[in-house]
Write a protein that binds this ligand. Structure first.
Ligand code: GCW
Length: 718
């Protein structure tokens, strides 16, 4: 009897341990290295007996440290490390020029500077695994891939993997202020503790670098695009240098935002005119001083003449003249300028959708080689759904970078579960038809404008000082997915979700399927309960928290949600056809034709491009009004489905993270209902149509929703 009890008890304990692991709070991200089950251990162990790697090179050191960390976690012990092959099961971490690889015919030629290979091979009669690149960073990336194979239970006895990034610059943009406030940040304070740098380097900086390197992210812009010039002062450069030193072994360069008026703000000059010789000399000296401290400094990211930021237009100069001035200062050091195309001007009555194209497209070919124009995903902003930006494909002589927003300013902050991989895939796989069919946005950004020219992708980071880094467990997936798309813009959101789910929540197939299902439908749900059928920018003012479709009193027309919805007794939507703003003419004729015709425009973009009557017949046979209401409800229903799915995972994942996700889903449901009810209350006050059968009226009247204010919502512009 006692024996039986003990058996039950120990089975319970084992079950508990196997399924719940140690208490987890999300700090470990996708690099959890949980103990392997004994079968996997037994299979792997003969193939991994010791480590062969040079130990004097910092990046190889970072790679072997990571392997050892992984082995300790997964197998319970570290491996002996030597510099030469010792026997079966050696794992070599090295570079193409290693004497250990002499005589082997390995495909290094196709790996480029940062790619890697992982190969099962025989050296001097020993069965070994080679992880190598043309550079040490390549080997580091290979190590992360190898660890992923182990974490996800893949066979490793006959490996022949090669991989290389398709873009050169894979960079996070931190909108972090020097006082540690993060604009549009929902995950605590900035990681950069400027006040304690350079003498105190928070060990967390290394974990940040590890996480990024595991994805192949090779750069980080430390400061907000709404910039302060102070970061260019020597005392801050010393702090930036300290961060650069931490990140360097992980293949990560630091970049800064450059405030265009810095020569005035901190330089004592009377102008920041980019053609003024004194201004040019000031920037050159400043840049030289940065490189004296940080020889591999990446360069500058600039927001100019946008939302109050200074820029070359203040001196009647073009964006190209402004960018080129900085580019000339950076060129001798091989630095780059990432110049943002996110511009729209207060005094310009043109449809905001059109303004970036109007301003930048004519400048094609006018930028220096070391300038990239960074184009947001979405001509308006980072909305839950936008058609692809018309600049993609339209500036064939200029390197265009994609800018995605990882932080969810417009998709429910940290508490709404919204996987952005599907949104990014949608944008990247859009066909620009420039120059011809099949010219996707992804291809456009991958293909250098001439051999050797720069390519890149930027992601506005969702990282902060929260223990879980991103503000929620599931928001980690967006950081992860960004890294994967920056490495390969043709990657698939579903594959990425699956990898992330396995690494983050374990390999149990039912758990993984559930997590992936929740993720894959989640962004569409947000679109449905916030801005269905091509509506956009319906968020409340300033903080963008919650609905405000009625807002009409802000100073600039394009800050008002009514500007975007144009809801009126005759119908709803923004006419961007030739009869309206004609934004469609900025796209290739095939695209313009497709979206310009009511017969072919997808439902998802209907109100983006057309103003249609409330009784307009949709493809479904329903009226637009009914369809709109149905979409709001579908969004809310999806959140309920996610709740039910997640409830089913209780006990299958660790309790702490599970409970946080559960509670955040409750917040999401409450807010999804708020969005649905407020939007329907407002639009019904104009459409004057009854709700379709079976759809409940909003819980309160319109005045109730209009009266809600949330002045302390996080992430606002400071
Ligand atoms: O989406 C808007 C944000 C601003 C941001 C701006 C930009 C950094 O509301 O906070 O400013 O975009 O991208 O420059």
């Amino acid at each position: 009897m006692l024996r039986k009890l003990l058996a039950i008890l120990s089975a319970f304990l084992c079950f508990g341990l196997a399924n719940q692991g140690h208490a987890e709070d999300g700090y470990d991200l996708w690099l959890r290295y949980q103990p392997l089950e004994s079968g996997a251990k037994a299979r792997y162990q003969p193939l991994i007996t010791h480590l062969v790697a040079p130990n004097s090179r910092p990046t190889i050191r970072a790679a072997t440290d990571e392997l050892q960390r992984g082995f300790k976690g997964m197998f319970g012990h570290a491996l002996v490390q030597r510099e030469t092959v010792m026997g079966n099961g050696s794992v070599l971490v090295t570079r193409a020029d290693s004497p250990n690889l002499k005589g082997l015919d390995l495909p290094f030629a196709k790996l480029g500077e940062e790619g890697y290979l992982i190969r099962s091979a025989t050296i001097a009669g020993h069965r070994v695994t080679i992880i190598a690149g043309n550079s040490d960073v390549g080997a580091l990336y290979g190590v992360f891939r190898f660890l992923k194979l182990l974490q996800t239970g893949q066979p490793i006895d006959n490996l022949d993997i090669t991989d290389a990034p398709k873009l050169k610059i894979r960079v996070l943009n931190h909108w972090d202020n020097l006082d540690r406030y993060v604009e549009r940040g929902y995950a605590g304070q900035s990681l950069w503790d400027w006040q304690k740098l350079p003498l105190y380097k928070d060990p967390r900086y290394i974990d940040y670098a590890r996480a990024n390197a595991s994805l192949g992210i090779n750069g980080t812009v430390l400061t907000n695009v709404n910039a302060k010039a102070d970061v260019l002062q020597p005392e801050y450069i010393a702090k930036v240098k300290a961060l650069a030193e931490v990140f360097r072994p992980y293949g990560i360069k630091v970049y800064l935002t450059a405030r265009f008026s810095a020569p005035l703000d901190i330089g004592g000059l009377k102008t920041a005119d980019p053609l003024d010789p004194a201004v040019r000399a000031w920037w050159k000296a400043r840049v030289d001083a940065i490189y004296a401290e940080i020889p591999d400094f990446g360069g500058f990211l600039v927001k100019a003449n946008s939302e109050g930021q200074p820029g070359p237009a203040d001196y009647h100069r073009t964006h190209a003249e402004g960018a080129n001035m900085l580019a000339d200062a950076l060129a001798p050091h091989h630095g780059v300028v990432m110049w943002r195309a996110f511009v729209y001007a207060a005094e310009n009555a043109e449809d905001r959708h059109k303004q970036a194209y109007s301003e930048f497209q004519p400048l094609d070919g006018k930028f220096r080689d070391n300038v990239l124009v960074q184009v947001k995903n979405g001509a308006i902003d980072f909305q839950p759904r936008e058609p692809f930006h018309p600049l993609f494909g339209a500036m064939p002589k200029t390197p265009l970078m994609m800018e995605f927003q990882i932080t969810k300013e417009y998709l429910g902050f940290a508490t709404h579960l919204a996987y952005l991989g599907t949104m990014w895939e949608e944008a990247l796989q859009s066909d620009t038809f420039r120059p011809a069919r099949g010219s996707t946005v992804a291809k456009g950004i991958e293909t250098p404008v001439e051999p050797g020219a720069a390519t890149g992708m930027a992601g506005v980071a969702n990282i902060g000082s929260d223990r879980n880094w991103s503000g929620s467990q599931f928001d980690q997936a967006n950081w992860y997915a960004f890294g994967r798309f920056a490495w390969d813009p043709d990657a698939r959101a579903a594959d990425i979700a699956r990898d992330w789910a396995r690494l983050t929540w374990g390999n149990d197939p039912a758990t993984v399927d559930t997590v992936v299902r929740m993720m894959m439908g989640s962004r569409e749900a947000v679109v449905d309960y916030m801005t269905p059928l091509g509506l956009t920018h319906q968020m409340a003012t300033g903080h963008h928290y919650g609905p405000g479709p009625w807002i009409a009193d802000l100073q600039r027309p394009e800050w008002n949600p009514v500007y975007y919805n144009k809801a009126a007794p005759d119908g709803i939507g923004f006419d961007r056809t030739a009869k309206g703003s004609d934004a469609l003419s900025q796209y290739a004729p095939q695209v313009a034709e497709n979206w310009g015709s009511l017969a072919t425009v997808p439902d998802a973009l209907l109100l983006w491009f057309h103003h249609v009557p409330w009784d307009y017949r949709m493809k479904s046979g329903r009226t637009l009004w009914d369809e709109l209401v149905i979409h709001y409800d579908a969004g809310v229903d999806h959140v309920r489905t996610m709740q039910a799915d997640w409830a089913g995972l209780r006990g299958k994942v660790d309790a702490e993270r599970w409970a946080q996700v559960r509670d955040f889903l409750s917040i999401q449901l409450e807010e999804a209902i708020w969005w649905r009810d407020a939007s329907i209350a407002y639009f019904q006050s104009i459409s004057k149509r009854p709700l379709p059968e079976g759809h409940k009226p909003p819980a309160h009247d319109l005045e109730y929703y209009k009266a809600i204010t949330t002045p302390y919502a996080p992430g606002q512009v400071h």
